[in-house]
Design a protein. Structure first.
Length: 388
C-alpha cells in the first residue's frame, strides 16, 4: 500500500485544555459517529436496523430527526462503522445474522453526498468469524473492512477496492473493539487494540505492506484496564485514542469514556475522562475540527457527545477537514457497479439456504431467496438530509 499524508507537529506536554458539557445526540440508537464538515458535523447512527446520517451544528446542536438521511435500506443491521474516504466518499461496514448470531458481514460505498450507493456482501453464513464491531478503513491504497476471527485467532481484512472484495488477509490483531488509522510519516496502517481482560494497556501495532506486524508496543493508561479503543486518530505526529476503561477486569467498559494523547513513539502524554455513568457507556469515537475534538459514545441506546478543546500548542496547522476535490461518484469511478444518476442503488442478495457466501462483488439490484430481508443500499428519495 502507498499512502501520502502530510506530517504535523510533535506532541509534548498537556494536550487537552477543556471539555464542554455533555449533549444528547439524536432520539435513540447506537454506533454514534461524527465526521466534521465545513459547517458542523455529519452525525451517523444505527437505528431500526439501518445506518442514518444527519447534520448537526458546530456546537453539536441542531439535530432534526425529520431531516436525517438513510444510508442503507436493510432493517437487519446490528453493528456498523462509517468511515470517510480519501476521495470524499464514504465506506460503511455492517454486521447481521442469518443462521447464527453475527454470521454475516457487508459493506457499502457511497459518494460524498450519499448518492450512488452500492453494496457488497463480504460473506454470509460464515461461522468462523464474528462480524460485530467491524472496522472500516478507507484510505488511498488501503480500503477495506475487518472482522474478528472466532476463538481469539486474530482478524481478517477484506480489501474492497476496484469493485469487489479482494483476497482476505489474516491479521494478528484483535479487531473487535479495536481501530485502524494511517500514520502520516510513512503511510503505514496502525492499529489500536487490547489483548484480553488481563492486559491493562493499549496495544499499538504498525503493520507492514502485507499486513504483517512491523512494530508493536504497549501504551499505559491513566487508570483501570483499557477496553474498546474504537477510534485511533492522528494528531500532528502523535495520536489521540478514544477508549473505555475496565475497572473490574471483566472485559467490559465500566470505567467511563476516556481520551488519551500519545506521542509518535506511542508514549502516553495526556489523558482525560469524559463520562461518569460508566457501566452503560460504549462505542467511543473522536474526530477533530480545528482545535476541537468531538467525542461521541452510546449510553445504552442513546448517543451522547462532548467537545474537548486542545491546548493552543497542540493544535495542528490544518483544520482537520478532508482536503479533496472529488465531487463525483467514487463507486462509479472505481468501476463498482454504481451509477451517478438515475436509480443507481444496489441490493445485497442472499444465496440459497445453507450455502455460505464469501468475498462477493458490488451488487446491482437482485432478487432474494428465503423469507428475511437482506442488507441493501439506500433507495434514492428517502430522507432529505443536507449535504456537506
Amino acid at each position: 500500500m502507498s499512502i501520502v499524508i502530510t506530517a504535523g507537529l510533535a506532541l509534548a506536554g498537556p494536550i487537552f485544555a477543556e471539555a464542554e458539557e455533555e449533549v444528547t445526540l439524536g432520539r435513540g440508537g447506537t454506533w454514534s459517529r461524527l465526521h466534521p464538515v465545513e459547517e458542523g458535523f455529519w452525525f451517523f447512527q444505527v437505528s431500526g436496523g439501518d445506518v442514518w446520517a444527519a447534520r448537526v451544528d458546530d456546537d453539536l446542536g441542531g439535530y432534526d430527526d425529520d431531516a436525517r438521511t438513510p444510508l442503507t435500506d436493510s432493517g437487519v443491521l446490528q453493528d456498523a462503522q462509517v468511515e470517510r474516504c480519501h476521495d470524499g466518499g464514504w465506506l460503511v461496514a455492517g454486521s447481521y445474522s442469518v443462521d447464527a448470531p453475527d454470521d454475516s458481514g457487508a459493506a457499502w460505498r457511497l459518494d460524498a453526498e450519499f448518492g450512488g450507493a452500492v453494496g457488497l456482501a463480504i460473506e454470509e453464513r460464515v461461522s468462523d468469524r464474528v462480524h460485530h464491531d467491524p472496522i472500516a478503513l478507507c484510505a488511498e491504497g488501503a480500503t477495506g473492512v475487518m472482522f474478528a476471527n472466532r476463538g481469539g485467532a486474530g482478524a481478517t481484512f477484506f480489501p474492497v477496492e476496484a469493485g469487489a472484495a479482494g483476497d482476505p488477509r489474516t491479521v494478528d490483531f484483535q479487531s473487535s473493539g479495536g481501530s485502524l488509522a494511517v500514520r502520516a510519516e510513512d503511510g503505514r496502517v496502525v492499529g489500536a487494540d487490547v489483548q484480553g481482560v488481563d492486559a491493562p494497556e493499549l496495544r499499538l501495532t504498525v503493520f507492514d505492506e502485507d499486513w504483517g506486524v512491523g512494530d508493536r508496543t504497549s501504551a499505559s493508561i491513566a487508570e483501570g484496564r483499557a477496553s474498546w479503543p474504537q477510534r485511533l486518530l492522528p494528531l500532528g505526529e502523535g495520536w489521540v485514542v478514544a477508549y473505555l476503561t475496565d475497572t473490574a477486569g471483566q472485559g467490559g467498559g465500566d470505567g467511563g469514556v476516556w481520551l488519551a494523547a500519545l506521542d509518535a513513539d506511542f508514549t502516553l502524554v495526556d489523558s482525560v475522562r469524559l463520562s461518569e455513568d460508566a457501566d452503560k457507556d460504549g462505542r467511543p469515537w473522536v474526530v477533530r475540527k480545528g482545535g476541537t475534538l468531538a467525542v461521541s459514545y452510546d449510553r445504552g441506546v442513546q448517543p451522547y457527545a462532548r467537545l474537548v478543546h486542545l491546548q493552543p500548542d497542540a493544535v495542528p496547522d490544518d483544520d482537520g477537514l478532508l482536503d479533496t476535490g472529488a465531487t463525483g461518484n467514487p463507486a462509479a469511478d472505481c468501476g463498482c457497479g454504481g451509477s451517478g444518476g438515475g436509480v443507481g442503488w444496489g441490493v445485497l442478495g442472499l444465496v440459497g439456504a445453507g450455502v455460505s457466501r464469501r468475498a462477493g462483488s458490488w451488487a446491482a439490484p437482485a432478487a432474494t431467496s428465503g423469507g428475511g430481508r437482506v442488507p441493501g443500499a439506500r433507495r434514492p428519495g428517502r430522507g432529505q438530509g443536507r449535504t456537506a
